[in-house]
Design a protein around this ligand. Structure first.
Ligand SMILES: Cc1cc2nc3c(=O)[nH]c(=O)nc-3n(C[C@H](O)[C@H](O)[C@H](O)COP(=O)(O)OP(=O)(O)OC[C@H]3O[C@@H](n4cnc5c(N)ncnc54)[C@H](O)[C@@H]3O)c2cc1C
Ligand code: SF4
Length: 669
């Protein structure tokens, strides 16, 4: 081997062959004729056809992993339409991947994956006051909000993943957050959509004559939607049930409320696309009505003896104008106190059974903040928090407190046992019953050996908790299965709640859609799918799935790699800041590739190929500037891993040769 040619052997991680390793046959990349046929649609540059490309796109923030047959980066809606047409002809699944932060397996496929973030950015403010904004689906939510900042406006949906999640993903999942609740989610704030159907029809719902064009181009779809509308409206029980279930956050199944909220088929379909998780059509553009962003905010942690006491004032606080009311239990705050510098010392000593509310009021000026604080004091007077309520208006402290609330995922991610997954669950119950539900959930979690911590958007009745099973252990898959079955029973039988409040159904809750909605409503959902996507190519198995165990298939293992990165939860928060993201790979992808190398058996041709491609994609093109560590909720510095790999490749022999070459550089030149 020539001295200056890199030796990739030292890059190989310790091998821990696992059952979910990729088939070594993909070492050659995308097979023919698929590669050639896709290349003809998206061009050679639009086809990501190497083994590394298939592996780096296989994982997202969910506990699932599927290896795509090909990855493409379409440009323009015509190419997307051509891809859909190709997939229909060849019966090949097509899935859209944008930020890749979905938590339930909805942006994964063994078919064709279309990266619809790469060429799909763009924001246009439509009026002088920033009341409406036109956005491309690949635009990152946080970037859109920065454009809207000078207008004192922002988008309604506010997931904690705002700095990576894209508009396409947010609309397709109907994602929410701490402040948006039901009134400001995408369903309520998207005014117009441009979409492409699998048939190739492209409609801009805001264009003049759009309804007529839709009816003419898609007569069966339009007529079918009108029939479902009439059937639903004439069934009083179902109508009432649909209304009631969408009073709280709900992303289980399709949004049947569209048939009650709109009369015209096109308007019904536009509403159905919100929360459809890429299974009905491609969203090419969205126009949002924006919401006001308060100029100033004030924030307080308010501590109570129990979850019941903490949740009692929530309704009155919301009525008093609180813009956010978040619930956290004491153990979570204690973990934060021991991990996040600057958090209050007293958190370390909180009574274990206590719980806290994080209460926010917003206003246009300081006087307005005082009004909110006084209103909160009035509400809390009758509720006996065990510490003095102390609002802060200091922006740095406010940022720290939000970091604690939003950083729970990262904290648990960092502290969980090596090799385990990190799964975020997301249920919703009527807000008045949140204390009861939180108590029962904690018991259920404890009974299954999971961390009995819950947190949530208290004002919306939306509870989140985390599971950390090790999917390399069959008994942990069983434990997970039995927990999920019990969870479904608890939320549906006990509360008639939502199995997914804001994260989307994915494949994770797809087997339970009928359990939540009943046979009649679920049948309507299947009809919607059949009308929009008759060949079933868009995200098959996502949202609706006839396999009762699909939530237990394709669970990914988490093999250990370098200590710095081994806790990575594959959330993707590091991607938008990585200098090499448009050139080669991102930090998440560097880690995902290493995990696959670890899964492979020694001598596997796929391992050899991944190592070869890793040299340039991951090692040589990493800026190693630590920017990923600043964005990572776990503080992982992938650059540090890469520096370690570089030094592993450069032993004393190579160092000596480099030194000698440097000392005689004139001769070398
Ligand atoms: C740490 C962490 C915190 C999170 N916090 C929250 C939270 O607070 N609230 C919340 O609701 N969610 C949260 N999420 C989940 C996730 O971030 C959101 O669901 C987000 O909106 C997904 O956006 P994305 O761009 O990553 O989409 P992706 O995951 O890439 O895709 C999401 C879905 O949209 C489809 N899709 C994407 N683009 C299009 C398009 N153009 N047309 C049609 N379909 C499309 C995909 O096929 C897929 O079904 C969190 C995730 C993580 C990892
Ligand atoms: S390195 Fe950090 S930010 Fe990047 S995917 Fe892993 S956990 Fe997420």
């Amino acid at each position: 081997m020539p001295l200056l040619e890199p030796d990739v052997a030292p890059l190989a991680p310790a091998s821990t062959p696992s059952a979910d390793r990729a088939d070594p046959a993909i070492a050659g990349g995308v097979r023919e004729p698929l590669a050639g046929e896709l290349g003809a649609i998206v061009g050679d540059a639009g086809l990501l056809g190497r083994a590394s490309d298939l592996i780096r796109y296989a994982s997202d923030a969910s506990p699932y992993r599927m290896i795509p047959a090909a990855v493409v980066r379409p440009r323009g809606v015509e190419q997307v339409a051509a891809l859909m047409s190709y997939c229909r002809e060849t019966s090949m699944p097509l899935v859209f991947r944008s930020g890749g932060t979905s938590l339930n397996g909805q942006s994964q496929t063994a078919g064709v994956m279309a990266d619809v973030r790469h060429h799909w950015g763009g924001v246009e403010v439509l009026d002088d006051a920033g009341l409406r904004v036109r956005v491309k689906p690949g635009a990152i939510l946080g970037h859109v909000n920065r454009v809207l900042l000078p207008y004192g406006r922002r988008l309604g949906p506010d997931p904690a993943s705002t700095d990576i999640a894209t508009v396409g993903g947010v609309v397709a999942n109907n994602s929410g957050g701490m402040r948006c609740g039901v009134p400001h989610d995408s369903y309520q704030t998207v005014a117009e959509l441009t979409f492409a159907l699998p048939s190739g029809t492209v409609i801009d719902t805001g264009a003049p004559g759009a309804a007529e064009r839709f009816a003419a181009a898609e007569p069966e779809l339009a007529a079918g939607l009108a029939e479902i509308r009439d059937a639903l409206r004439s069934d009083a029980d179902l109508r009432e049930r649909v209304r009631r279930k969408f009073e709280i956050k709900n992303t289980t199944g399709y949004r049947l409320c569209a048939f009650l909220d709109a009369d015209e088929p096109l308007e019904i379909f536009r509403r159905l696309l919100v929360g459809s998780e890429g299974t009905l059509a491609f969203i090419a553009e969205a126009v949002f009505e924006t919401v006001p962003k308060p100029a100033a905010t004030t924030l307080a942690w308010v501590h109570f003896d129990s979850i019941e006491d903490a949740t009692a004032p929530v309704g009155d606080l919301v009525a008093a104008g609180a813009t956010a009311v978040e619930l956290m239990v004491a153990p979570a705050l204690m973990v934060a106190a021991n991990s996040i510098p600057g958090t209050p010392e007293y958190w370390k000593e909180l009574p274990l059974e206590s719980a806290a509310l994080l209460i926010e009021f917003g206003a246009d000026d300081i006087d307005g903040l005082a009004v909110g604080e006084a209103a909160a004091d009035g509400v809390l007077e009758g509720h006996k928090p065990f510490r003095l309520v102390d609002f802060t208006r200091d922006p740095e402290t406010i940022e720290l407190f939000w970091r604690v609330r939003e950083g729970l995922h990262g904290l648990i991610g960092r502290l969980r046992p090596p090799g385990t997954a990190l799964i975020v669950e997301d249920v919703c119950v009527p807000p008045a019953r949140i204390a009861e539900a939180a108590g029962e959930l904690r018991e259920l979690l404890g009974a299954h050996g999971f961390l009995a911590g819950v947190a949530g958007h208290a004002s919306a009745g939306n509870l989140h908790f985390m599971l950390t099973p090790d999917f390399a252990q069959p008994e942990d898959i069983e434990r997970y299965e039995s927990f999920m079955t019990a969870l479904v029973d608890l939320i549906l039988d006990g509360y008639d709640g939502s199995l997914k409040a804001e994260h989307g159904t994915g494949v994770n809750m797809a087997p339970f859609v009928e359990r939540e909605w009943g046979a009649a409503a679920t049948e309507l959902m299947w009809r919607i799918k059949g009308l929009a996507d008759p060949d079933g190519v868009l995200g098959p198995g996502v949202v609706l799935n006839r396999d009762p165990a699909c939530h237990l298939a394709n669970l990914k293992t988490t093999p250990e790699i370098e200590e710095e990165a081994t806790a990575c939860v594959e959330c993707g928060f590091c991607e938008p800041v990585c200098p090499s993201r448009h050139l080669t790979t991102t930090p998440r992808q560097r880690i995902v590739l290493r995990r696959e190398m670890a899964r492979q058996e020694p001598g596997s041709p796929l391992l050899a190929k991944l190592l070869e491609e890793y040299e340039y994609d991951a090692v040589e093109t990493c800026a190693a500037d630590g920017s990923c560590a600043a964005a990572c909720p776990l503080g992982i510095d992938t650059g540090k891993v890469v520096k370690g790999l570089r030094s592993a490749q450069h032993g004393p022999r190579e160092e000596g040769a480099a030194l000698r070459a440097a000392q005689r550089w004139a001769a070398v030149e």
